[in-house]
Design a protein around this ligand. Structure first.
Ligand code: FE
Length: 345
């Protein structure tokens, strides 16, 4: 009897060992699958997004690889690579490029009630092909020593004669300006938008500048009195030097509102890991990541439950233009031709 029990036990132990080895193999396989790295084609530069992705990796064990380039270059690359692409996600800093990628069939439709609940309808594609992860507005930066806010009102007012030789603008080759003018065309009509751009070009204090930071610095340094920039560039400069004599003004508050754009993401149509891509999108639109993104990049969260960075809160509230962001893509060629005709280089 005793021998029989030992024999039964020993058989069970062997079985158990085999079972454990088998289970360990299964678990390792599952873990390897869960930790499959994600590849993001990113128009956002590494320092602006990497700290957040590192946090995702720390929380989930999923490594995120970045391939950084200009938005249009990444869209072309996705198209050229087709189903051989390594990209799981596309991240761009302008709605126009996401719209273009979606139009060219490069983004998958994501069916996620979570994303629909977290991202307002005007900040995502109606078909679920892209979603905003942060909001930015393009307003007027002015020199606090030389400009009273009461002297400012609309984008179009900067085209008036009292601004002759006082305006700084970034080059019209930049997508932020192309999107701004695309939405102005949608709001004002082509003729009025063109008249405005002609006035701006005539009022320039200096040749168009290479970026928004240089534009804000030119205003701070006295080269000009006002310019048109995304607010986070001014916020970054003010974070480094709170005494810098510039401030943001929100134009068109009695009209359509200040021009709004997004940083946003879509899942690549040929993503190898579409479930992992959707999970990252859902994580990045959740409250903790949204609050961290606002702190990190000085942009506005898309999730209304998240906390906006206090420095931005200090810039004041505004009415943002809720024009369909698809206009930034749809009307981009028209905007580029208009700026060229009107002499904005
Ligand atoms: Fe930017």
């Amino acid at each position: 009897m005793r021998i029989n029990i030992i024999k039964v036990l020993s058989l069970d132990l062997d079985d158990m060992r085999r079972l454990l080895i088998c289970m360990a193999g299964l678990l390792a396989g599952l873990a390897a699958h869960a930790a499959e790295p994600l590849v993001v084609y990113s128009a956002q530069k590494e320092p602006s997004i990497r700290p957040l992705l590192d946090r995702y990796t720390a929380e989930t064990g999923v490594e995120v690889q970045l391939l950084v380039d200009q938005g249009p270059v990444l869209v072309e690359r996705l198209a050229a690579e087709g189903e051989n692409t390594r990209a799981d996600l596309l991240l761009t800093v302008d709605a126009g490029n996401l719209w273009l990628a979606a139009e060219r069939g490069l983004l998958a439709t994501v069916d996620s009630p979570t994303l629909v609940a977290r991202v307002p309808a005007n900040l995502r594609d109606a078909q679920g092909r892209w979603f905003a992860i942060s909001r930015r507005v393009r307003g007027i930066v002015y020199a606090t020593a030389r400009v009273q806010p009461a002297a400012l009102s609309t984008y179009a007012a900067l085209a008036g004669p009292d601004w002759k030789g006082r305006l700084c603008l970034r080059t019209s080759k930049n997508v932020y300006n192309q999107s701004l003018i695309a939405t102005r065309i949608a709001r004002m009509g082509e003729a009025d938008a063109e008249a405005m751009v002609r006035g701006w070009a005539a009022n320039l204090a200096a040749a168009p500048l290479a970026d928004d930071t240089l534009t804000a610095q030119a205003v701070a340094g006295g080269e000009c009195d006002a310019g048109v920039v995304n607010m986070y560039y001014v916020a970054r400069l003010k974070r480094a030097d709170p005494a810098l004599p510039i401030a943001m003004f929100w134009p068109d508050q009695d009209g359509a509102g200040v021009h709004q754009n997004i940083a946003g993401m879509g899942v690549a149509r040929h993503a190898k890991n579409p479930d992992g891509a959707r999970a990252l999108l859902e994580w990045i639109t959740d409250v903790p990541a949204q609050t961290e993104l606002s702190r990190l990049n000085l942009e506005y969260p898309v999730n209304a439950q998240a906390t906006t960075d206090p420095l931005l809160v200090g810039f004041g509230t505004f009415k943002a233009d809720d024009v369909d962001l698809a206009e930034t893509g749809r009307r981009q060629p028209e905007a580029v031709r208009l700026m060229d005709r009107a002499g904005w280089r």
